[in-house]
Structure formats: C-alpha cells, structure tokens
Design a binder for this molecule. Sequence first.
Ligand SMILES: [Zn+2]
Length: 455
Amino acid sequence: MADDLSTFIAQSPLCSTHEHTEIDSFYQEARHDILTHLFDNYVIHDLYSAGATSQSIEALLDVSNPDIGSRFSAVETAWQHIKMGGFAEAVRLAAFELFEIENITSESLKKASAGTNLVGGPGERLRLLRDVANLDHVQVDPGRRPLPLEMIGQTFFHYDLNVFDLCNGTPELSELTEITGEEVDSLRTLALSIEKLLEGSHKYVVALKSQHAYKRTLEWTERSDDEAASALTSWLRLGANISEADRLCLGDWCTSYVAKLAAKYNLPFKLHTGLYGGNNFMDLKYIPAGSLSRLVSRHPDTRFLLMHIAYPYSDELIAMAKHYNNVAVDMCWAWSINPIHATDFVQRFIHGAPVNKLFIFGGDALTPAATVGYALQARRWLTRCLRREVTEGFLSEKSGVDLAGFLMMDNPKDYFDVAAKSAALLAAGSDTTLREAGSNPFRNRTRSIRNSGRS
Ligand SMILES: [Zn+2]
C-alpha cells in the first residue's frame, strides 16, 4: 500500500531546473514518432558505448522510415546490454507512462506506435511537461542567444541566458553586437557589450549558464585587463586560430566579468561540471567541481550552481557546497546518469551540507517525452532515498514529506525567484513596444536548440 511519502513524491508538482526543451515550432517540425519520443535522448550514448553503430542509431531516430520494428531491432542487442542503466530505465518508464509498454521489443513498439496520438502535434510539448510529467515549470538552456520570442507572455518555460562563448574565450561578437548594438573592438567595448546584454535580459532569465567544461578546464586564473586585452586582440585577428593560452586567458577574464554581473543582477551562475554527454571525447581533467574553488572564492557575492553532481567527482562537490556559502548543487541529469550514485549522493549531501543548496531535478532533455521519463525516475529514486532515511530513523514520515516538498518545489522557486521572473515574462508579453524595440533581448529563433552548435 502506498505510504504518505511515496504518494506525496509521486503526486506533487516538481520544478525542473535544467532542460534543453526544443522551441515549439522546431518541436512540431521534427514530427516525432514513438522511437524518437523514447530514444532521442541520452540513451543513444549508452547504446553506442555498448556497441551499437552510429548508422543504426541514426536509423533508429529516422522518422522518415515508418518501419518501427526494423529500426529498433538494429540496436536491440545493445539495448539488452544497457537495460539496467539509468538512461534506459528512464526510457522504460516513459514507454510505460506514454505508450503502456511493459517490455520494449520490436513487436510492442510497433503495436503501440499504431495506436498513439503522440505525433509531435500542437500543444503536445507543453502537455507532456506540465500535465504528464507534472512539472511546475522548466528552466531551459537554449544553448545560445538570443532568447526566444516564445518565452514572453507565459510562465511555464523559463530560460537561462547562455554565456558559453564568453567563458570559453570565443565570444560571438557579431551576435553580441546584434543584441546590444555595441560594436566590439576593445576590451572596454566587450565589457560594455556584456553589461548591456545582462542589463537587457536579467529581469527575464532565471540564471546564466555555461558549459565550457566541454571545451576547456574549469580551472580558473585571475587575469589582468592588459592580459585580456591582448588575448582579445588575438581573437579579433585570428578567430578560431587563437592560441590555447589566449583563449584560456580571454575565457577566464570573461567568466570573471560575467560572475561579477551575475552578483550585480542577483542571477545564479549555472556551470556544467562532471560527465560529458556524447561519446569518446571526455577529458576527465577538465571537469572536477573542485577546480572552481578559486573562481568561487574570488566572487563571494555570486551564487554558483554546479550541475550534474560533477559525476564522478561528487564528494568534492559536497565539500564545495558545505564550505562555500555561494555554492549550490543541481542534480539535473544525475538520476539518469547513475541512479544508485545519485541516491547515495543525496544521502551524503543531506548529512553533510545545507539542504537549501540542493536542487533535486532537471531532466536535461531536448524532447518532452524524455523529460517525462527522467521526472518519473527522479520521483522513484528520491522516494527510495528518503524512504531509507525514514526507515533508518533519521526522518519521520512527516519530516520526509516536508523535505521532499521543500526540495521539489519551495527551494527552487525561492532560489530562482520564479514568481518575479514569471511576472516579468507576463508583463513583457503585453508590452507591445518591447516586441518592436531593436534592443529587446528576444528574437524569433532561426536555429533550433538541437542545432545551436554548442556542446
Ligand atoms: Zn544540459
């Protein structure tokens, strides 16, 4: 029989603090079918790791081929090998929730495909996230700027402002100029342009976000304006041929400048730490959360939110959150990477660091069907985790429910000031001058989030 704790976690709305949910027009254009709903997500990286070929994975996701059975059977051997893994578990949960499939086979997929109305139509994206996954809101990292026009006038989809190019030391200057009207030809004008970018966007976005750990070390070094000016000159002259030393220098300077503005505008600064999505290119030296200690010490007034529990360097992340009052932890992606590790992490965290610095869920997914699976998975393992705490006598049933509610809803809503951001998005929706203003931070996006061209 269901107990209070599992009933609460299963039924409570949940905030998702990190997704890459596709913009609606691109979502509808993709014409999703059962196989993309279920497999167009991180599970393909486990399939590849298990031996599936890239051609078979590409074919699996090819919606132009209606032969569901043969598309799946080409990866079925690899699927058998990864079935126990976290990515596959989320697929199995979504398959049951969305298609009533108990056991994923070519036959069950074919049968469910014939009867489903989930074909990527209008309204489906929101319905899956809000009504099926029962999410309170989602925070979308759109991969690159500008912010999509569709974010204004609604309150479910919140957005991060992505600053990867700045932190990576490869600032996209023409795009910055387009948004801010500021021509960048010196460090002073670069600073002005970044300032204008934040000035125009800060009211509407929930956070700043960078995933530069995919392209460089998280290790940060203080750089003088003179050093950064010289590195910027190289970037202006050489572009992608900039030396590694100059790129790191410019990236460090920009990261610090952005961190300063994050404090000024009270925006959390989300940083990717830990495991890479994809296969065969991870540099383990780049990703430990502890590499950020110099940066977070240098900016004590900036709230840093370190993502993905820095898998596998999770204990040092707990030490960071314990020691630094400006460091918090986002479990986005963590349950699906490895649910056993994530469960263990939550227990270690709540017995080691303040719980108001723990954010419990983000599916980190492009498709809403994937987020449905990841949300079910997070609910399932959070229940197991807190049930263990109750059984071992650390929490009463009632305090377990209270803690779950705090982690799932109250804490993220408070930390990201979601009510104020929602009010700003609604106000922007009815502000007709904003739509026309050249300097407004929103644009009709011509590129999908999938093809944002960044890690
Ligand atoms: Zn992400």
